[in-house]
Design a protein around this ligand. Structure first.
Ligand SMILES: NC(=O)c1ccc[n+]([C@@H]2O[C@H](COP(=O)([O-])OP(=O)(O)OC[C@H]3O[C@@H](n4cnc5c(N)ncnc54)[C@H](O)[C@@H]3O)[C@@H](O)[C@H]2O)c1
Length: 330
């Protein structure tokens, strides 16, 4: 019997639950951890702080932070046995990084996931939500990209994310681990990091703050699907409640934004116009990508609500706009 899908705030269902968040000090993980704490959940974060930061997390009575590598951290099975939900976000993130730090990428993303799935085996866990990636699709062969689009990784990172996703699906079938995978598209929001996924947003913000013109490579018509981190948090909560074990869901907005549109929107939001400079396209850099999210809407009740403009305006305000507060975007 499929669970009844609620259309209300999913956070209401996490009060007094116990949750484990791997990678909880990172960009998405810290947003998720805050949402769970606000909902009244007790949260344990496991993070090695390789890219995550303690200051991304609040000082809260319901929060336990365990510093350690997912591959080796002690007592993992006990920690999993003590929770209702696991949200698995710990990963070495980045296509380019995986070309030089390939072993570390495979260790964290594949072996870390296998270790976690093994720890989940035979427990009463209600759900494990794995953070997969649209990178697993490789170059789009058709648009929008639905869940059945071929997955053809073009980097070791994409390969490790896909491998872990397949482990999660098989662990659902072979071991009964209630694992669900979410394939995020380009996630943006605060805390702003210079990630490959949203690098263009932080680069543009930095240039606008410095009063420099925006530089677009190519004609700017290349497009992506930017999804706000709070919508990704919502997707995680809904997947934990309603995701079908072994299921995979695309998490984006279904809205395309070209780099030119992004540049213009950011000029508008910041009130800083000026010239946009166009430079020759850089080889192999930008893909065209947009998610088909009908499955997540239907099965999870997922409904992205933070448009790009609203998200950008919020980021600009938080970042201190003109930088007079002295804080610089990372
Ligand atoms: N940001 C995006 O646009 C995007 C898109 C698709 C998928 N994802 C996936 O979402 C997840 C979160 O990504 P993010 O953007 O928040 O990145 P992030 O780098 O901010 O978060 C990853 C977190 O994992 C931690 N970590 C890394 N290796 C670890 C290890 N061995 N043991 C314990 N902790 C470890 C890091 O310190 C960090 O806090 C990742 O699994 C990533 O693959 C992100």
């Amino acid at each position: 019997m499929p669970e009844t899908r609620d259309t209300d705030d999913p956070t209401l269902r996490f009060s007094a639950t116990r949750c484990l968040v791997t990678g909880g000090a990172g960009f998405i993980g810290s947003n998720l951890t805050r949402a769970l704490l606000a909902a009244g959940a007790a949260v344990t974060v496991i993070d090695d702080f390789s890219t995550g930061r303690r200051e991304h997390l609040p000082e809260a009575a319901g929060l336990t932070v365990v510093e350690g590598d997912l591959v080796t951290v002690p007592d993992l099975a006990d920690r999993v046995a003590a929770v209702d939900y696991v949200f698995h976000l710990a990963a070495q993130v980045g296509n380019v990084r995986s070309l030089s730090e390939t072993g570390r990428d495979a260790a964290t993303n594949v072996l870390g996931t296998v270790r976690l799935l093994t720890a989940c085996r035979g427990t009463a866990l209600r759900k494990l939500v794995y953070s997969s990636s649209s990178a697993t699709f490789g170059e789009a062969r058709r648009l929008p990209i639905d869940e059945d689009h071929p997955q053809a990784p073009e980097s070791f990172y994409a390969l490790s994310k896909l491998t872990a996703e397949r482990y999660a699906t098989l662990a659902a079938g072979l071991w009964g681990v209630p694992a669900v995978s979410l394939r995020y598209f380009n996630v943006f929001g605060l805390p702003m990091e210079d990630s490959e996924y949203t690098g263009v947003i932080s680069i543009f913000f930095n240039r606008l703050r410095a009063g420099e013109p925006l530089v677009v490579y190519g004609d700017g018509a290349q497009f992506r699907d930017f999804v706000h981190v709070r919508d990704v948090v919502q997707a995680n909560l809904r997947a934990a409640l309603h995701g079908a074990p072994g299921g995979v869901y695309n998490i984006g907005t279904g809205v395309t934004t070209s780099v030119r549109q992004l540049a213009e929107a950011m000029q508008e939001v910041t009130g800083r116009g000026g010239e946009i400079l166009y430079r020759p396209a850089r080889a192999g850099e930008v893909r065209e990508s947009v998610a088909e999210i009908a499955k997540a809407r239907r099965e999870l009740g997922y409904a992205p609500g933070f448009g790009l403009r609203r998200g950008l305006a919020e980021m600009w305000a938080e970042l201190g706009g003109d930088g007079t507060d002295g804080s610089a975007p990372r």
